[in-house]
Design a protein around this ligand. Structure first.
Ligand SMILES: [Cu+2]
Length: 196
């Protein structure tokens, strides 16, 4: 019984480690899974290349390891934001999104009403992702544009259409496959233990 409890705990831990998130569009400053919990930018503290980000109808595409997460997107409008700038920006998030599925999630970020946001202004978008372990951080350096010529709206995709009813959609099985997989591993481990 103790063995089983330990195994369950190990499964939870490995899920937590794999269960971080990555930014898939546009590119972030950088990603280091072990350091993603480090505020304000997951250990990447200097501005890298800037992406032209649309003032209206923008989005950030992420790959979520957690099935559920609460996400805040903060915007600092200056050349080289400090930790204090990000802390201050968190008081007025540019967007707040709760997701309820793992893998691909498109997070809408419309900055058209954000104070100080206008064509040609440089800034940094900070993603604060809370999936139940500790908050995780990624940053994207941007130049805001009324017309972001290279922006690709087709990158906004979702792994499964969220369902509102109690019946899960037949195609939205990414999450349940993972759960089923975890249960299968647990059953296999338990079977192995009983066989001893
Ligand atoms: Cu995680």
């Amino acid at each position: 019984m103790k063995f089983l409890a330990t195994t369950s705990l190990m499964l939870l831990c490995s899920t937590a480690v794999l269960g971080h998130f990555t930014v898939t569009y546009p590119g972030s400053r950088g990603f280091d899974e072990d350091k993603e919990p480090q505020a304000p930018c997951g250990s990447f503290d200097t501005v890298t290349n800037r992406t032209e980000f649309p003032l209206s109808k923008g989005f950030i595409e992420i790959d979520s390891g957690h099935v559920k997460a609460d996400i805040a997107i903060n915007l600092v409008l200056n050349q080289n934001p400090t930790s204090a700038d990000f802390t201050a920006a968190a008081a007025t998030p540019a967007a707040k999104v709760s997701i309820a599925q793992p893998d691909a999630n498109c997070l809408p970020v419309d900055l058209s009403a954000f104070a100080g946001a206008k064509d040609g202004v440089n800034g940094t978008l900070q993603i604060v992702y809370n999936g139940g372990d500790s908050p995780l951080y990624q940053c994207i350096d941007v130049t805001l544009k009324s017309n972001a010529a290279a922006w690709d709206p087709s990158k906004c995709t979702n792994a499964a259409t969220p369902t509102t009813g109690p019946t899960p959609s037949p195609t939205g099985s990414a999450g349940s496959n993972k759960v089923t997989g975890a249960i299968a591993v647990l059953v296999a481990v338990t079977a192995g233990f009983l066989a001893l």
